[in-house]
Design a protein around this ligand. Structure first.
Ligand code: 9L3
Ligand code: MG
Length: 135
């Protein structure tokens, strides 16, 4: 792992859905769906950063769990990781994204097959599918 870290939230619901958020920018990925999150700031650990980012982006409080196995080396010396999370306060709303969606494993698979997921985030598809289908 090198450079600065970006942390994304694999936010799951009690009924086995995953929260996806549709990006507005940059143009290369605008309209595609991602696990919400952002850059870890100086002095934060990834869990703190994810709680802050999801408060800013979704207006919710989350409890953060373990890390997903895969990480991704992005451009600009950024390393992308993901943490499991669940909402413990508030109803998510799209503050910075165009839309939010709670998806089932079948919907996630369909979106991935049609290229609707941000390319970097596709590394987590196997882990996400296993978890939200009850694995
Ligand atoms: N990124 C990729 N997948 C994600 C997230 C949250 C972020 N699930 C990439 C997009 C940007 C960088 O990480 O290149 C920083 O993210 P943001 O601060 O623009 O959300
Ligand atoms: Mg973000």
């Amino acid at each position: 792992m090198s450079g600065r870290m970006v942390v994304a939230g694999a936010v799951t619901s009690a009924d086995g859905r995953l929260l996806l958020a549709q990006r507005r920018y940059p143009p290369e990925v605008a309209g595609l769906w991602e696990l919400p999150g952002g850059k870890v700031e100086e002095g934060e650990d990834p869990a703190q950063a994810l709680r802050r980012e999801l408060r800013e982006e979704l207006d919710v409080d989350v409890e953060v769990g373990t890390r997903l196995e895969r990480s991704v080396e992005l451009a600009h010396d950024l390393t992308l990781v993901a943490l499991w999370a669940r909402i413990v306060g508030g109803e998510p709303r799209a503050v910075e994204h165009s839309r939010l969606r709670w998806v089932t494993v079948d919907e996630l698979d369909e979106m991935a097959a049609s290229g609707a997921i941000v390319p970097a985030d596709t590394v987590w598809l196997p882990e996400l599918s296993l978890r939200i289908s009850g694995g």
